[in-house]
Design a protein. Sequence first.
Length: 118
Amino acid sequence: MAQGNGNFCLKIDQKERCAYASAAECNSAATFTGGYCQQNFRLLGNSGVKRYCLATRNGTSCIYNTRKRCINAAGALAEQGAACVDNFTLSEAQRRKLEIKGASDCGETDFACQAGVD
């Protein structure tokens, strides 16, 4: 169960503590205690079809409508190898509507392919 309502959560094993206002605070705590940080997705919501996903080596969350917000979130979690990629979970009809091309041919964890890098 998550504790706190900060913007970032420290995750250790099956527990998380969402008490950090910034990625820097959370990453500092992670360095000291172990674990990893991610945005508190409960605060952002996850309704509707989202165009962009934040991908880290610890998971992917498709909660962004704009590339700018996704890239900002990836920058805050750069220490975890975060990247902003097109949402690969969308149906073909959703992809056409959002004008996403090519990523449906990419594997779920092939972020270079999803980002259009050869």
